[in-house]
Design a protein around this ligand. Structure first.
Ligand code: GCU
Length: 636
């Protein structure tokens, strides 16, 4: 009797729980929460697998929709995209096709996109790669018309033994799609590399699908990539859910640990890295908007015979989209003698592109420039300032070693004044709530944003290798190079030269420039929250080793000068040594067992360090070290 009662009760319980909270289904439509951005996920069964988890991760931040269908191959997309887009505007569209394009089907299916999976030997490929690339281009034409911020998602791995598909085809299809995306400036979520790194934990055997926990893991990465494209207010709204308000932070004199104990599986790194970036944005550098949707590159001039024929020089104006946003100019030199696309260095300059070379053709900036520069009158550059920083930019020597070099004046993005009404920020920030203002971007993040837009340009050039773009910078531009490298993984090598406080030097050491000093002299460099750490460094939940670690596993070189005590060389070395814990865990050579080297001895590891004699500054000696480092790290 008791058993029957228990059975009856449990049946009632089951029925009750079923009627009161029906399990949501990924293909069911959802109601919008008014006021939140609208996100559309386009993809096949892999995306159906992660839809609910992405929705959950972004709940209260964005309305995450998907078409009520498996979006199949590109040929289905071409037929149905219009109805999937509907008539309401989208803020972000995260999209993928590929897994069905590359599959083998029995010949003669109608419509072809419903063709059934068959053995490779008996079938034919649904959409050959050339047609796939054409279809992707047409789909992108339509998607770009929506005005939404787009993110292309790469196709996940095909495991050995998966029926009707050939492992390796997804790599070819991904490459074809990535080439289109780079050309059109569409950010890429490389879910292929992400999933391949931990396929044995998350993907089924001989099956393209993922275990439920695996779909959850993919959802984390997809949600992160979507979040980066959402307006600043949405990014901050998400961050406040997980990060403590500055007033609630505990005092901690020790450097915050970068890895838990025991260290998690290395497959966790993308999520951990994103969490570090969130902290850095929230407490120090501020959140920045996603890539603009209407970026335009205007070639101002090109000289294929620059530097006595050694280089092609190009000046390119980058228009950000929203009218009135000031543009930025890139000055690029590419070596003419090279085998294949050239690796490149990209960095900001202090006084205008025309100061980096005596070349009389380079446009003189019309923006505000600091008065301390030579040839400057009333904070405007005159022709007398041409080439005044040329010793900092040894272009010919860089070209001679086979590297391209690109530079941008940081004042194009945000003049270096304590004033956030000039530069790009007022045009791209969007609405931000009063309580969120302390967490929005400041000058360093705006300058880093400009470096990312310069990367948008470089990655679509046939003469530049998109896999080998180094970001470098000196002093405040060195801080910026680290920020750019931490937040934008397309920078495959990062170099800071004497970046000091807010760059590579540990804040907790309070040596040379301190948090209070820098916030007092340059309040516009960091966000509002960072001011609360004046004389309270021990309350920082991060330190500058966090910034360096966020660059892992990519090569990172920290450079100091003995006479530059203001930038605290030892603090820079120690930060790199501390960040080495992450590099070590990821299997990269590092500074874990190193002590501060003697002058001029490059510690050329994946995380490397160099100190030279002399004062604060940059010149050919420093560039020689940068290039030696890049040569080794890039295996040249
Ligand atoms: C000042 C500032 C430093 C900065 C340097 C520079 O010295 O205090 O933080 O690195 O300027 O950018 O040249």
């Amino acid at each position: 009797m008791r058993i029957i009662l228990i059975i009856l009760l449990s049946l009632v319980g089951v029925t009750f729980s079923q009627t009161s909270t029906p399990k949501p289904k990924p293909l069911d439509p959802i109601e919008d929460v008014p006021g939140l951005p609208r996100v559309l996920l386009i993809g096949d069964s892999i995306s159906i697998g992660y839809t609910l988890a992405v929705r959950e991760l972004l709940s209260g931040v964005a309305n995450v929709h998907r078409p009520p269908a498996n979006c199949g191959p590109t040929i289905r997309g071409l037929e149905q995209l219009e109805s999937w887009l509907g008539d309401q505007p989208w803020d972000v569209i995260h999209f993928n096709w590929g897994l069905h394009d590359l599959k083998y089907i029995a010949p003669g299916a109608t419509p072809r996109h419903s063709g059934r999976l068959t053995d490779v030997a008996q079938g034919e490929q649904m959409v050959p790669v050339k047609v796939y690339a054409e279809n992707i281009t047409r789909l992108l034409d339509r998607l770009q018309k929506t005005g939404a911020a787009l993110t292309w998602c790469a196709t996940t791995p095909i495991p050995q033994g998966a029926k009707g598909r050939v492992p390796g085809d997804e790599v070819r299809y991904n490459e074809a799609a990535a080439a289109v995306m780079r050309k059109r400036g569409v950010p890429i979520n490389d879910l292929y590399t992400f999933a391949a790194a931990r396929a044995n934990e998350i993907q089924r055997q001989a099956d393209v699908h993922f275990f439920p926990e695996g779909s959850q893991v993919l959802a984390g990465e997809v949600a992160r990539k979507i979040l980066a494209q959402l307006p600043i207010r949405a990014q901050i709204a998400r961050a406040v859910k997980t990060l403590a308000p500055v007033d609630d932070l505990p005092e901690n004199a020790a450097l915050p640990a970068l890895l838990g104990s025991p260290a998690p599986s290395t497959g966790e790194w993308p999520g951990m890295r994103a969490a570090l970036c969130d902290q850095l944005a929230f407490y120090e550098y501020g959140f920045a908007p996603g890539a603009p949707t209407r970026l335009r590159f205007q070639v101002l001039r090109e000289d294929r015979r620059a530097l006595d024929g050694k280089a092609t020089k190009r000046e390119v104006r980058v228009h950000f989209g929203p009218s009135e946003t000031p543009p930025m100019d890139i000055l690029l030199h590419v070596p003419n003698k090279r085998q294949g696309p050239a690796p490149a260095f990209l960095g900001l300059n202090f006084h205008g592109n025309h100061t980096t070379t005596a070349d009389p053709e380079v446009t003189i900036t019309s923006n505000w420039v600091p008065s301390r520069g030579e040839g400057v009158k009333d904070n405007r550059a005159t022709p007398a300032s041409r080439g005044t920083s040329a010793s900092r930019w040894p272009v010919e020597a860089i070209i001679d070693r086979g590297y391209a070099v690109a530079t941008v004046y940081h004042g194009d993005l945000d003049p270096d004044l304590n004033d956030s009404t000039d530069g790009i920020q007022p045009h791209l920030t969007g609405d931000v709530g009063e309580s969120q203002k302390d967490h929005q971007w400041a000058s360093l993040r705006a300058w880093a944003y400009g470096l990312s837009r310069a990367a948008d340009y470089l990655v679509q050039l046939p003469d530049i290798d998109p896999q080998r773009i180094a970001v470098m910078g000196h002093s405040r531009n060195g801080k910026t190079a680290l920020v750019a490298g931490a937040f934008d993984e397309r920078f495959s090598l990062v170099i800071s030269n004497q970046s000091g406080c807010g760059g590579a030097a540990l804040s907790r050491r309070r040596h040379g420039e301190t948090v209070k000093r820098i916030n007092g002299s340059f309040p516009h460099w960091f966000n509002g929250a960072f001011k609360t750490f004046n004389d309270r460094e021990d309350y920082l939940p991060t330190d500058q080793h966090t910034l360096l670690a966020a660059i892992a596993p990519r090569p990172l070189l920290v450079c100091s000068a003995t006479g530059d005590d203001w930038a605290d060389p030892e603090g820079e070395f120690l930060a790199a040594k501390e960040a080495s814990a992450v590099y070590e865990w990821l299997g990269k050579d590092n500074l874990k067992n190193a002590s501060m080297p003697e002058e001029n001895k490059l510690l050329n590891h994946t995380v490397g360090y160099h100190i030279r004699p002399g004062e604060h500054g940059i010149g050919i000696a420093d560039w020689t070290v940068f290039m030696d480092f890049a040569d080794k790290q890039w295996g040249r």
